[in-house]
Write a new protein. Structure first.
Length: 169
């Protein structure tokens, strides 16, 4: 059983549930992008990102069980997004990935601050490093895309405010 100050336990559980939501959203989005991208190198990178997020969900669920929560039901936040797959643009998807990754970094930093023991702190610090690396990858990919267009994608206008804003709530 996880040893954490009772006053911080509820906050820890809420942050952990938010982290699971963020990883689930990332896994779904990255898997969707994987299925749509033709470029082999970028395609395989999105598959790796989706797989890492799925692995992180398992780690976070274990931490949640250690905290005494056995009845957490993951809410599929992507169900709020009514975007047709053909409306996905690569830049919009990358922007969504950046927003969710940023939210994940903030959540993991908060979680690492809640723990007195080094082992738990290191787990969440490693997740911050992982998300920072993913963020750098996404930023690099966005540099290759045409940013001259003034038009916002469907994802920028709908999905980011709808889905990403629900993380942490």
């Amino acid at each position: 059983m996880l040893r954490i100050n009772n006053g911080l336990k509820d906050e820890f559980i809420n942050q952990l549930e938010s982290a699971i939501d963020a990883e689930s959203t990332l896994s779904n989005c990255y898997n969707h992008l994987f299925s749509m991208i033709n470029n082999g190198k970028i395609r395989s990178e999105f598959k790796k990102l989706s797989d890492v997020a799925a692995d992180n969900i398992k780690i976070l669920n274990d931490s949640l069980r250690d905290a005494g929560v056995n009845n957490f039901v993951l809410e599929n936040k992507c169900k709020y997004c009514k975007i047709n797959p053909e409306s996905f643009s690569l830049i919009g998807a990358i922007n969504l990935g950046l927003e969710i990754t940023n939210a994940g970094i903030k959540i993991y930093k908060k979680l690492s601050e809640l723990f007195p023991d080094a082992e738990s702190k290191n787990l969440f610090k490693n997740l911050v490093k992982e998300k920072t690396n993913q963020q750098n990858f996404l930023k690099k990919e966005s540099e290759f895309l045409d940013k001259d267009t003034e038009a916002k994608s469907v994802i920028d206008l709908h999905c980011i405010p709808t889905i990403a804003s629900r993380l942490g709530k």
